[in-house]
Write a protein that binds this ligand. Structure first.
Ligand code: KIV
Ligand code: NA
Length: 266
C-alpha cells in the first residue's frame, strides 16, 4: 500500500474526516499503528523523555531523530511520517535546511518545528526545497524554560487572538499543517476554522481537524506517574495493544475522543 499523502490529509480536513496521529519511535510500533489505521506517525522529540528518560526534550539530537525516523520508516505500512526538528536544529534557515534534509532522507514525509511568525522565512525556504512543514504552536515544549513550565496557553482573549494570527501567518508562509498543544477547547476550534491546512490538537479539544497523543501515554505507560489531563488510557477494556491502537483510531474518527473531561477551559 502506498503511504498517505499530504494532499489526502488536506482533503480529509475539507471533508470533515478526523485525522488520527500518534507518536511512534520504532519499527514494530510503526507496523502496528499503521495496521490499526493511524494516519500519521509522529517521531516526536518526546522520545527524549519517553525513551531516554530526560526531563525535557532539550537533550534530543538530530542524530537521535534520524535514527528513530529511519526505524519507523522500516516498519511503516501506509501512514504519513512526520518528524520533529529537535531543539537548536533549526536556529537559522540554513541550519533548518540541513537538519530537515537529514530527516527527509531518513524517511520523513514532513518535518515539524516549534514556534511562531518568526519562522516564516525558514518555512518558506524549507517548502521551496521540497520539505513540507508542520508548525507546532501553543505550548511549545522546547521553550519550556522561556514559558516557565508546561502551562496551558492562549487562556486570555488577547493571547488567544495572537495565536490565531500566528496560525494564519504560518499558513501564509507555507506551513502545510499546524499542531496545537494545550489550549482551551474553544481556541482549538477557532484555530481550525481560521486556516485551510489541517490542525492537529493535543490537549486542544475536539474541535481540531485531528488528534495526537504520545503512544506510551495512551497505552497507560508512564515513567513519572504524571499523566496530563488530556490523556485517555486506551488499554482500558482491550485485550491487546493492537486493539487499543484500533480503539484510539475509532474514537478519534467518530469524535468520541477527546471528551469534555480531557479539555481545558478558558
Ligand atoms: O514530540 C512530541 O511527541 C510532540 C507531540 C506531543 C505533539 O510534539
Ligand atoms: Na515534539
Amino acid at each position: 500500500m502506498s503511504d498517505i499523502t499530504l494532499s489526502q490529509l488536506t482533503l480529509m480536513k475539507q471533508r470533515g474526516e478526523k485525522i488520527a496521529m500518534l507518536t511512534c519511535y520504532d519499527a514494530t510500533f510503526a507496523a502496528a499503528s499503521s495496521a490499526a489505521g493511524v494516519d500519521i506517525l509522529l517521531i516526536g522529540d518526546t522520545l527524549g523523555m519517553i525513551l531516554q528518560g530526560h526531563d525535557s526534550t532539550l537533550p534530543v539530537t538530530l542524530e537521535d531523530m534520524v535514527y528513530h525516523t529511519a526505524s519507523v520508516k522500516r516498519g511503516n505500512a501506509g501512514s504519513f511520517i512526520l518528524s520533529d526538528l529537535s531543539f537548536m536544529t533549526y536556529s537559522s534557515p540554513a541550519q533548518a535546511l540541513y537538519s530537515a534534509g537529514c530527516l527527509m532522507q531518513a524517511g520523513a514525509h514532513m518535518v515539524k518545528l516549534e514556534g511562531g511568525g518568526w519562522l516564516g522565512e525558514t518555512i518558506r525556504q524549507l517548502t521551496r526545497n521540497g520539505v513540507p512543514v508542520c508548525a507546532h504552536i501553543g505550548l511549545t515544549p522546547q521553550s519550556v524554560n522561556v514559558l516557565g513550565g508546561f502551562k496551558v496557553q492562549g487562556r486570555d482573549p488577547q493571547q488567544a487572538k495572537a495565536l490565531v494570527e500566528t496560525a494564519q501567518a504560518l499558513e501564509a508562509a507555507g506551513a502545510a499543517m499546524i499542531l496545537v498543544e494545550a489550549v482551551p477547547v474553544s481556541l482549538g476550534k477557532k484555530l481550525s476554522d481560521a486556516v485551510t491546512v489541517p490542525v492537529i490538537g493535543i490537549g486542544a479539544g475536539a474541535g481540531t481537524d485531528g488528534q495526537v497523543l504520545v503512544l506510551h501515554d495512551m497505552l497507560g505507560l508512564s515513567l513519572t506517574g504524571r499523566v496530563p489531563k488530556f490523556v485517555h488510557n486506551f488499554m482500558h477494556g482491550q485485550m491487546s495493544i493492537q486493539d487499543a491502537l484500533k480503539s484510539y483510531v475509532i474514537a478519534v474518527k467518530e469524535g468520541i475522543f477527546p471528551a469534555a473531561e480531557h479539555g481545558y477551559r478558558e
